[in-house]
Design a protein around this ligand. Structure first.
Ligand code: FES
Length: 329
């Protein structure tokens, strides 16, 4: 039977089972816990056990001071729960609290899902993972190849396996490198994360995610994060692309719709800026009365021509797809 972990001061709860560390269990449940190395070296995951029992499951080199030890402090990345636990632990409240990191990761796989999109899977070293919030982006590059900024399409709950959705673009060095030269096993530098296209956890409004083509990448990260948090918000996803084949993860979206009663998927064929999608047309499609708009949060990702068709409501969050990706339009 899983133990229940309650984090103070936020009061959030999450389950933990087996030898999962407190940190791993918290990340899997979508919490933005404070940590650094994940490996017992930096001390940044130090947390105070208020009640309950833990056991050390990993060696750590970080020396916990006698004072901290005597007041019940443990490293979350090296201990797992034996009983239900109440824990005082830091959680990031905004993207400003996530430090910029530099990591060299290895290309685990490149999958060309169609002629225009490559799914890039990078794996970080076990001792140097990327701490980020769902929806953020990083700069990718290397000594022998060009640099570009792309949103991470995977969930922060797996901080070693980072996924990206790279469009094929004319006259773009990074795209050309990924499609024609990059090999499995190559090393890529990651700098970041950055960006405020992140989930507003203080909100209990219904969620509307709208993506143009590879704008689906940060939207996918956000949706998987919201699912991990198990918040009750209803979710609508509108994925706009020129044609059916450009929605390269359409089956995934349909499987979310089948699995979650409160998840609704709407694929639309259109070009950005052609007038098909706008605030008005989206409200009509979703059956939302303008008067009820305050009960929804919108997250919109695409090139400027796509984003500009929507009201610039200060509460809504926008991600401009990096210039290279926007050129696709
Ligand atoms: S995250 Fe560095 S010691 Fe736990």
């Amino acid at each position: 039977m899983p133990s229940n972990i309650k984090i103070l001061p936020s009061g959030r709860n999450f389950p933990s089972e087996g030898n999962l560390t407190l940190l791993e269990a918290g990340l899997h449940s979508g919490l933005a816990l404070g940590y650094g190395c994940s490996n017992g070296n930096c001390g940044e995951c130090l947390a105070k056990i208020v009640s309950g029992e833990v056991q050390q499951v990993r060696h750590h080199d970080y020396m916990i001071s006698e004072e901290k030890r005597s007041t019940g402090h443990v490293l979350m990345c090296c201990n797992s729960a034996v009983t239900d636990i109440i824990l005082e632990a830091p959680e990031a409240q905004s993207s400003k609290e996530i430090p910029r990191q530099h990591i060299t990761a290895k290309v685990r796989n490149i999958e060309f899902v169609n002629d225009d999109v490559a799914l890039l899977h990078l794996k970080t070293p076990r001792t140097q993972r990327l701490r980020f919030l769902a929806g953020q982006q990083v700069q990718l590059g290397g000594t022998d190849f060009p640099t570009a900024t792309f949103p991470i399409s995977s969930c922060p709950c797996d901080d070693m396996n980072l996924h990206f959705q790279i469009p094929r673009l004319k006259d773009d060095e990074f795209s050309d490198f990924v499609f024609n030269h990059l090999k499995k096993g190559s090393l890529i530098d990651i700098n970041g994360p950055e960006g405020d296209f992140v989930f507003d956890e203080s909100s209990n409004r219904s969620l509307v995610f709208i993506a143009w083509h590879t704008g689906f990448a940060p939207v996918r990260s956000l949706i998987e994060h919201v699912m991990a948090l198990e918040v009750a918000n209803s979710m609508h996803l509108i994925w706009v692309a020129p044609s059916m084949k450009d929605r390269y993860q359409d089956n995934l979206c349909r499987s979310w719709q089948d699995a979650f009663e409160n998840f609704h998927y709407l694929p639309i064929n259109a070009q950005p800026g052609d007038g098909t999608v706008s605030t008005t047309s989206t409200l009509e499609l979703l059956g939302i009365e303008p008067v009820d708009l305050d009960t929804y949060d919108f997250y919109i990702a695409g090139p400027d021509t796509f984003i500009n068709a929507y009201d610039q409501n200060p509460r809504w969050r926008f991600a401009t797809i990096p210039p290279a990706a926007a050129n696709k339009a």
